[in-house]
Design a protein around this ligand. Structure first.
Ligand SMILES: [Zn+2]
Ligand SMILES: [Zn+2]
Length: 141
């Protein structure tokens, strides 16, 4: 199975060819800052199996890691050890993120404790149901 995806504005699309490697979440402080979120989720591929409609912008978050993102809309797209064999794609930039689930967790010691209780929160309204809602996102697919 191949996996397609891209950023929310549609400026960058990718195609990742099977076989995939592991799917994971990472709670490390660098992933938290890179996403502005409590964790990042990824699925990893050999880098030569991923093709891009255009290369993502890159920020070297350390001396050993580059993070790719769309410079137009800001969507985080990738994580790669510099010149490494693998590239990890952000799980929910996939067109069909429900096709995968994380299989391991990195840096659980920096997980926000409330992550464990998310399934018990009361449900709010779906933003797509709000009056006058019109998405500017590129549709999936
Ligand atoms: Zn974009
Ligand atoms: Zn991390």
């Amino acid at each position: 199975m191949d996996y397609s995806g891209g950023c929310q504005c549609g400026a960058i699309r990718y195609l990742a060819r099977a076989p995939r490697d592991r799917a994971s979440v990472c709670y490390c402080r660098m992933c938290q800052k890179a996403s502005g979120q409590p964790f990042m989720a990824f699925v990893r591929f050999r880098a030569d199996r991923v093709s891009w409609s255009r290369p993502p912008a890159i920020f070297a978050s350390s001396t050993i890691v580059e993070r790719g993102f769309c410079a137009v809309c800001g969507t985080p797209l990738s994580y790669r050890q510099i010149a490494g064999e693998y590239v990890s794609l952000t799980l929910h930039s996939l067109d069909d993120p429900a096709a995968l689930a994380p299989e391991m967790a990195f840096s659980p010691e920096t997980q926000a404790p409330w992550c464990l209780t998310l399934g018990h929160l009361p449900a709010g309204p779906d933003v797509a149901d709000l009056p006058d809602f019109v998405s500017n996102q590129q549709p999936d697919g």
